[in-house]
Design a protein around this ligand. Structure first.
Ligand SMILES: [Zn+2]
Length: 442
C-alpha cells in the first residue's frame, strides 16, 4: 500500500496523469527546473571531484520514480559514479548510454557578479557554475528517462544513464574507471553525451544550426627543447637557445595548405555554406597548435644578463580525426629542420575516427530537433575539445554529443568562465527534445 501511495504521489509530482501518453509539460518543466537549480547549488568542484552529494540527489530522484540506481565508489568514497538502467523491449540489444558528468571546474568567487553556486534566475537566465557544463543536459537526460518510466513507454533497447565524477580531469575515476571495471554494466551500442549544441551565430551567421558532434579532435602535447651556447648577454651570439626556440616555434606553426578537406568539415560546408568567423569554427577546420608555456633562463629569478644554454616550450596540438599524429610531428620536424631542436611527445593520441551518422539514433536526434525547431539545420560536427565519449568510440561505440538547446556564441563562451549561465527557455525546450529522442525507435 505504501509503495502504491508513493507512486501516485510521484506521478502527481512529475505532472503525469495515471493513463496519459503525454506528460503534463508545465508541471514537468517546473519540477525539472527546480531539480536543476538544486543540482547546481551542490558544489561538486573538481578538484577534488567530490560527487557524493550530487549522486545522492540524482539517486533519490530515480528511486522515487521506481528505478534502481546504483552508486560506485571509484578509488575513494568521494569519487562516486551513478548508474541506472531502464529495460527495453529487446534485452539482447546493446543499450543506449546517456552519459553526463557531475563535476564542475572551480570558481573564483571574487570575479563573479552572481553567486557562483546560487542558481539564481535573472534576466531569463539561470546563473552558476555547471549551468552549461553540464548539469542542464544531465537533468534533461534524467527527466526524459523518468518520463518514459512514468508513462510506461518501453524503449526499443535498454537505456543506461551514467553520471560520472571527474570528466574535468580526464575521467580517470569516472568514465575511464567505469569502462575498466564495469564494462558489462555499460557495453553500449550508442552514447549520447555533451559536445555539440544549437546556435544561431556560432556556426553560420543568422542560421539556426544544431551541430551533433561525431568526433573529438585528438589531443597531442609536445615539449620543444632548444640547445645552444650559454654566455654573457653583453655580446649577442647566433647560438642563443632562446632565439633557436623562437624560430623553431614560428616554423612549427606555419601550416601547409591541406590538400584535402576533412570529410566531416565538408559535410558541414555542404549543410550551411559559409562558416561564421570565430575561434571555434577556425579550430574545427584544421589541425591547430597553441603555444602554452615558455621556460628558460639561468637562476631563480632568471638572470637578465645570462644567455641560457637550454630553452623549452610546450605546444598543445589538436589534430582532426583521421590525422596521423606521427605524420603531423614529422611535418613539423621537417619545417623546423634544426638539429639543435628536439621534440618530446607528452601525450600519445589514438584516433578512433568519427562516428557514422547513418544510424536510427542520429535520425531520431535529427527528427526530435526539427520537431521543436522546424527551420533548423542539423549537421554532424567535430569538436575542438575532448569529451568522455572518445573513450567509448575507442571501443567501437557510436557516440554523439548534443545539448538540445539554442545558445548564442557569447553565452556559450561563458562556459568555465566567471559568468556561466543558461537561458531558461532553452532549458525547457531541451526537455521536450530529449524526451522525443528517447521515445523514438533507435
Ligand atoms: Zn562537460
Amino acid at each position: 500500500m505504501r509503495a502504491f501511495g508513493t507512486a501516485i504521489l510521484l506521478l502527481a509530482s512529475f505532472g503525469i496523469p495515471a493513463c496519459a501518453a503525454e506528460p503534463d509539460w508545465p508541471a514537468v518543466e517546473r519540477h525539472a527546473m527546480d531539480l536543476f537549480r538544486r543540482y547546481v547549488r551542490i558544489q561538486s568542484v573538481n578538484p577534488p571531484a567530490d560527487t557524493r552529494e550530487t549522486a545522492k540527489l540524482l539517486q533519490a530522484e530515480f528511486a522515487k520514480a521506481g528505478l534502481e540506481p546504483k552508486l560506485y565508489e571509484a578509488g575513494s568514497a568521494i569519487h562516486t559514479n551513478l548508474v541506472v538502467r531502464l529495460p527495453g523491449r529487446d534485452r539482447t540489444a546493446k543499450p543506449l548510454l546517456l552519459l553526463n558528468h557531475m563535476d564542475v571546474v572551480p570558481v573564483d568567487p571574487k570575479q563573479w557578479k552572481e553567486a557562483p553556486f546560487g542558481a539564481e534566475e535573472k534576466d531569463g537566465f539561470i546563473w552558476g557554475r555547471g549551468t552549461l557544463d553540464m548539469k542542464s543536459l544531465a537533468i534533461q537526460q534524467l527527466t526524459a528517462l523518468i518520463l518514459l518510466k512514468q508513462l510506461g513507454i518501453t524503449p526499443p533497447r535498454d537505456i543506461v544513464f551514467l553520471s560520472t565524477c571527474d570528466e574535468e580531469s580526464d575521467g580517470v575515476y569516472g568514465a575511464g574507471w567505469m569502462i575498466a571495471n564495469h564494462w558489462d554494466e555499460l557495453n553500449p551500442e550508442y552514447v549520447l553525451d555533451e559536445g555539440g549544441i544549437g546556435s544561431k551565430d556560432l556556426y553560420a551567421d543568422g542560421k539556426t544550426v544544431f551541430g551533433v558532434s561525431v568526433g573529438d579532435k585528438q589531443v597531442f602535447w609536445l615539449k620543444v627543447r632548444a640547445t645552444g651556447t650559454s654566455g654573457h648577454a653583453s655580446q649577442p651570439i647566433p647560438n642563443n637557445a632562446n632565439d633557436i626556440l623562437l624560430r623553431a616555434i614560428e616554423k612549427a606553426r606555419e601550416f601547409p595548405a591541406s590538400s584535402k578537406t576533412n570529410p566531416i568539415v565538408q559535410t558541414m560546408k555542404d549543410s550551411i555554406g559559409t562558416f561564421a568567423q570565430n575561434k571555434f569554427m577556425n579550430a574545427i577546420q584544421q589541425n591547430t597548435i597553441s603555444l602554452t608555456t615558455l621556460r628558460s633562463g639561468v637562476g631563480d629569478p632568471p638572470k637578465v644578463n645570462v644567455i641560457p644554454s637550454i630553452a623549452e616550450a610546450t605546444l598543445d596540438c589538436r589534430l582532426l580525426p583521421g590525422q596521423n599524429a606521427e605524420e603531423f610531428l614529422s611535418e613539423i620536424k621537417a619545417r623546423v629542420n634544426d638539429s639543435r631542436v628536439t621534440f618530446e611527445r607528452l601525450s600519445s593520441p589514438s584516433d578512433p575516427g568519427p562516428s557514422r551518422t547513418d544510424t536510427p539514433l542520429y535520425q531520431a536526434v535529427r527528427a526530435a530537433i526539427l520537431k521543436e525547431h522546424p527551420d533548423a539545420t542539423v549537421m554532424p560536427l567535430i569538436i575542438p575539445y575532448g569529451t568522455d565519449t572518445q573513450k567509448f568510440r575507442k571501443r567501437g561505440v557510436v557516440g554523439y554529443g548534443i545539448a538540445p538547446m539554442i545558445i548564442d556564441a557569447a553565452t556559450l563562451a561563458t562556459m568555465h568562465s566567471d559568468s556561466e549561465h543558461i537561458p531558461v527557455e532553452e532549458f525547457r525546450a531541451g526537455l521536450h527534445i530529449y524526451f522525443d529522442v528517447l521515445r523514438s525507435q533507435f
